[in-house]
Design a protein around this ligand. Sequence first.
Ligand code: URP
Ligand code: ZN
Ligand code: ZN
Length: 471
Amino acid sequence: MTTLISGGTVVSATGRALCDVLIDGETIAAIIRPGDTSLGSDLAASADKVIDASGKYVIPGGIDAHTHMEMPFGGTVAADTFETGTRAAAWGGTTTIIDFVVQSKGSRVKESLEEWHRKAEGESAIDYAFHQILGDIDGQSLAELRSLPREGVTSFKMFTAYPGVFYSTDDEIFKAMQIAADEGMLPMMHAENGPVIDVIAEQLVKEGKTSPYYHGVARPWEMEEEATHRAIMLSRVAHAPIYIVHITAKQAMRQVQAARDEGLNVFGESCPQYLYQSLEDQLGAPGFEGAKYVCSPPLRSRKEAHQDDLWMALRTNDISVVATDHCPFCMKQKQMGLNDFRKIPNGMAVVEHRMDLMYLGTLSGKISLERWVEVTSSTPARMFGLYGKKGVLAPGADADVVVYDPAGHTKIGVGDTHHMNTDYSDFEGWEIDGHVDTVLSRGKVVVDQTGYVGRKSDGRFVPCSQSQYLL
Ligand code: URP
Ligand code: ZN
Ligand code: ZN
């Protein structure tokens, strides 16, 4: 089966050009410049299927490097299954997710990885890879950590947040980082000072400050900056790289920037919610509405002016990846914290909107089209050892392709018009001049103008190699 995507502007991390894309089966066969007849003078006539991309952008499918499908968290389970969450991702132009396998307290790393394979296999609309969460670091976890690269898992997340849940002490973190250095793995850090945050949160609740807004007040940027600095120093001494997930604060970003200026293998990630939303406008929404936006680290105060600096860091590569930290909960689940913000399950519903929201950044002149592709696809592929197969349109790569229509319009999910398994969307009502037109996953059209046309079993596990930034 051959497919020709004709007449579009192919945008890569390094440039853009009018080209046709020829797909043979699951992979890209050729990128053809106008006038190049080396493969025949009328490929449209010989291809089994032709997709007209005139006036549209043709980009590598999005890679969301931070999702939590079916994650047990906060006394409940994240509302998107692999089936519903990956289908929503496909609707939004994401063709690969990297989901976090959860080792919770008392469970074993290997077992958790097997469990995640069971959850995802045959259920995923798009390809998926895994990072490991280390939620209980002991001798056995560390031994099991060493074996993960052979299973295609080369990155793992630790937490200086969430005491009693995923929190690890500095010595535990340091030991895991030393193993990462030995095995060529990439440690990832949720950097907030959890123990201090818990003290502040308890004091706020005692004062009767229990609404969602105080979730943000309890988690000041200083506690993110401090933990980011600590994680970088620990990784430095362990001779390990470090990837700081979901950066929200300009001061935390500057810690990453300073380390990178010294030549350290330190990388940063942020998420659309931190680039657009705020403590006042979202967490502080009337009534209990703010609960929809409770995530950690929290949305930051407009008055502290973080967002311009985060966008700047995206341009200068001090933040290299935009992921979503998709961890959705329905309103009923959020209501567990009606009288105490500490009991609101942490996480937001964003996986469907990332490509559109970052495209919006190109329209407002904050990033270029090339940088849009780079931070949403090419760099996550390189960062987590998927590049070549994913994150690029080139002969031999998987034919994960998005045709994006700059003349289209997207009104982000109002009511039941989004596809995530939640009764709201965190960007409900946002409008973007641009639209995901067609999505191909390994050569198969999974979204077209009629909507989602794929199947839940289309996606496969993709093993990660070593991060290409460490070679
Ligand atoms: O609030 C969040 N971020 N929920 C998901 C878990 C995590 O910390 O990434
Ligand atoms: Zn986190
Ligand atoms: Zn997360």
